[in-house]
Design a protein around this ligand. Structure first.
Ligand code: SF4
Ligand code: SF4
Length: 120
């Protein structure tokens, strides 16, 4: 991904129209079955080329709700494969064409720790 929306989401809809690539779906379309919003990792570009920071997280009123996740790259193919990932879907990052832009100033440790995108 990219970024993850966690279970502190209050389904307020503030984020969805801020996403420049329509990567966010609401609770009715969350493929995990959870009752809150979801970001598709194969669509999210971390707002690279659109904004200085992820627009969804800037708009979100819930502290810590939107966090970093691993970059959607072939190097992390296994992370985004089937049971290893949130929605159980095998995203199949088979070549560089499937990779998504990500912010290289965010460390792997912060991503693994799912650090909030916006911190007070
Ligand atoms: S970081 Fe940007 S591209 Fe990714 S879901 Fe949020 S608004 Fe969309
Ligand atoms: S802005 Fe935050 S709390 Fe509101 S729907 Fe999006 S992720 Fe959930």
């Amino acid at each position: 991904m990219a970024v993850i929306i966690n279970d502190t989401c209050i389904n307020c809809a503030a984020c969805i129209d801020e996403c420049p690539v329509e990567a966010i779906v609401d609770e009715d379309d969350n493929p995990t079955g959870e009752e809150y919003y979801y970001v598709y990792p194969d669509k999210c570009v971390e707002c690279v080329g659109y904004h200085d920071t992820p627009a969804c997280a800037e708009a979100c009123p819930t502290e810590g709700c939107i966090t970093w996740d691993m970059p959607f790259t072939a190097e992390n193919k296994d992370f985004f494969s089937g049971a290893n990932y949130l929605d159980g879907h095998n995203y199949g990052i088979n070549d560089a064409d499937a990779e998504m832009p990500f912010r290289d100033d965010i460390s792997a440790d912060d991503r693994k720790a799912r650090k909030p995108v916006v911190e007070d």
